[in-house]
Design a protein around this ligand. Structure first.
Ligand SMILES: C[S@@+](CC[C@H](N)C(=O)[O-])C[C@H]1O[C@@H](n2cnc3c(N)ncnc32)[C@H](O)[C@@H]1O
Length: 307
């Protein structure tokens, strides 16, 4: 019995040591595992970040590589208008009498921002914006709804302040913006839809180069003849042609464009002569001398041609 007790007492420190060793080993294993998990997580985060960077670079490259063969840029107004100016500087040189109470057409309206601004600033009777790109036309319609909504909430706030209730008259004036402005998809060079109206004023701003590059001199003459037919006698064409130097920059957007570029005879400097002598306009003037606030590359001449 005494021997047994002695043995037992001798084993106790051994057990304790073994336990401590076990605990230490367990702790080390835990530490090791925690480190491994950390390393794995760090690696996963790194991989995730690398993937995101790759995706971002791919999106940027795709955007850079997107070719807008009709000048149908999706963010045209972001880089056209100087952010410090806010309003499109071309609005400052347009005369009220060309628009107020008039029926107007905006050829190549892009996302409709200039079209809507003209309708708002000058109270046209109506203005139609047409563009070859259906997606841009959808965006233009969305822009119109957005502007109308914003105006509606401003009118509500003002009339609540002034009269303590909503003002029906102001409401109807806002509603009329949506009745006065419309957008259609239309390739102006081809007869997709028959226009039922003639217009008092037609805008064709920064569009001629794209028509010229895609349909050559014939396309340009078709455009001018169409404008002439769509304009009522006494009406005005507001034309902003791109200069010849900018054709050179875009001549490689497509094979068709480079082929047409080589064959173009009617350079933009001849447009006034063509519109007066061949198409039949009575007179013209340069209205762009006061345009200030366009970003670099957009200081183009703007002409008014009178039928
Ligand atoms: C450079 S943007 C000018 C936008 C706008 N007129 C302005 O100056 O603010 C040219 C626009 O013309 C449109 N366009 C080009 N060819 C066209 C065509 N044959 N018929 C209608 N729109 C056309 C493009 O889709 C594009 O939105």
């Amino acid at each position: 019995m005494a021997q047994e007790t002695q043995n037992h007492l001798a084993k106790e420190p051994q057990n304790k040591q073994a336990k401590e060793t076990q605990n230490q080993q367990a702790k080390e294993t835990q530490k090791q595992q925690a480190k491994e998990t950390q390393n794995q997580q760090a690696k996963e985060t790194q991989n995730q970040q690398a993937k995101e960077t790759q995706n971002q670079q791919a999106t940027k490259k795709r955007k850079r590589n997107t070719v807008y063969i009709y000048g149908n840029y999706k963010a045209y107004y972001n880089y056209r208008v100087d952010k410090n100016v806010g309003e499109d500087p071309r609005l400052a040189v347009l005369k009220k009498e060309w628009f107020e109470g008039r029926r107007c057409l905006d050829i190549g309206c892009n996302q409709g921002l200039m079209t809507i601004s003209i309708a708002k600033k000058f109270s046209c009777e109506s203005i139609v914006g047409v563009d070859i790109d259906g997606t841009l036309i959808e965006t233009a319609k969305w822009n119109l709804r957005r502007v109308v909504k914003k105006e509606q909430s401003e009118v509500t706030k003002t009339s609540e302040k002034e009269h303590g209730s909503q003002d029906k008259v102001s409401e109807s004036s806002v509603r009329s913006l949506i009745d006065r402005v419309s957008f259609w998809k239309e390739n102006i060079v081809q007869n997709e839809h028959a226009f039922s109206d003639q217009y008092d004023t037609i805008l064709c701003l920064s569009v001629t180069k794209w028509i010229h590059l895609n349909w050559g001199d014939d396309g340009l003459i078709t455009l001018f003849a169409k404008i002439w037919n769509l304009l009522r006698p006494g009406g005005t064409l507001i034309l902003e042609p791109q200069p010849w130097s900018s054709y050179k920059r875009n001549r490689l957007v497509s094979e068709v464009a480079s082929m047409n570029f080589k064959n173009i005879l009617l350079e933009p400097s001849c447009f006034p002569e063509i519109l007066l002598d061949k198409i039949g306009f009575r007179s013209w003037e340069n209205i762009s001398t006061n345009v200030k606030g366009s970003n670099a590359g957009f200081n183009r001449p703007i002409f008014a041609f009178y039928k």
